[in-house]
Design a binder for this molecule. Structure first.
Ligand code: SF4
Ligand code: SF4
Length: 290
């Protein structure tokens, strides 16, 4: 197979183009060649006098929030909106475009968008009982077993990933970091016993005097060097100190909440429900989670 040598060139919007380096083509010997192709949007079927403007890459010019094109009656979503992404993004586009279409049909501004529903629900069920499994595991990611490649290469309809057996699937699920379960701190309940500081396996809780962010970051039990991650700083406690938590290294293990004698720490599950078009009460139909 002959390959042309290229290098990546980025335009002012960060879009990448592959441009020939001018070097000689390269020949690589192969028994079999499997061609994996990408996809591109193609809209030759849309008449260019409809008021829908197309950009440099022949994709429609859209409002990034409402998905409305330059013809206000036409909305785009999925790969047709901003180029190939994934199915999850396409579903999210669908929700947002549906909200825009509904607002547009009602004569409202497509930028006057209803907020999504969010909620935090305590996971505490008893003194040492939680509605989620916070067991800490040191297992590394388990490999999904694959079908024999000599067989699967000859049969393109064959399922390559065979999936976990039940015991391995259970172990893999135990690696979940429970990112949806958050630590929530109640300043008024804290008696400043420092027990949570002792138990935290990643030293992400510090009780200290308040100060400028840069100074605070360096005097925590473990310095918080990732400035892209905000610190959580509590209200002032009775001893004039504050509780500072570096979320960047929190494992969501719940040990602080387990150890706290006054329930000043709680583990609460975050619920996000995307706004549904046309029915402001739709959130009431969502199943409740504990
Ligand atoms: S959840 Fe675990 S890692 Fe996070 S602050 Fe509490 S004890 Fe530390
Ligand atoms: S364990 Fe509870 S009461 Fe003690 S310092 Fe931590 S949050 Fe405050």
């Amino acid at each position: 197979m002959i390959f042309e040598k290229v290098h990546a060139v980025y335009d002012e919007n960060g879009r990448r183009s592959l441009v020939s380096t001018g070097e000689p083509d390269e020949f690589i010997e192969a028994d079999d060649v499997i061609i994996a192709i990408g996809q591109e949007n193609a809209f030759p079927w849309i008449e260019r006098d409809l008021g829908i403007e197309f950009g440099k890459w022949e994709i429609p010019v859209l409002d990034k929030v409402s998905f409305q094109s330059t013809n206000p009656k036409v909305f785009f979503g999925g790969d047709s909106a901003f180029g190939p992404k994934n199915v999850i993004t396409a579903v999210a586009h669908g929700h947002q475009a549906a909200i825009s279409i509904d607002l547009f049909c009602q004569g409202d501004s497509v930028h006057n968008r209803p907020a999504p529903f969010t909620n935090l629900v305590s996971q505490k069920m008893g003194i040492h009982e939680w509605a989620y499994d916070s067991f800490v595991t040191n297992d590394v990611r388990f490999q999904v077993p694959h079908a024999d490649k000599y067989v699967s290469l000859k049969d393109r309809k064959m399922e390559v990933e065979l999936g976990f057996d039940q015991p391995t699937g259970f172990k893999e699920a135990q690696r979940c970091l429970n990112c949806d379960v958050q630590t929530v701190f109640y300043t008024s309940r804290c008696i400043e016993c420092d027990a949570c500081v002792d138990i935290c396996p990643t030293s992400c809780i510090t009780f200290t005097d308040n100060g400028e962010e840069q100074e605070l970051r360096l005097k925590l039990s473990a310095p918080a060097l990732n400035v892209e991650q905000d610190l959580y700083v509590s209200d002032t406690l009775p001893t004039s100190r504050v509780m500072v938590k570096d979320e960047d290294v929190c494992l969501h293990c719940g040990l602080c909440a387990e150890r706290c004698p006054t329930a000043a720490w709680d583990m609460q599950q975050f619920l996000y429900s995307v706004t549904k078009a046309g029915n402001p009460c739709s959130i009431l139909q969502e199943p409740m989670t504990l």
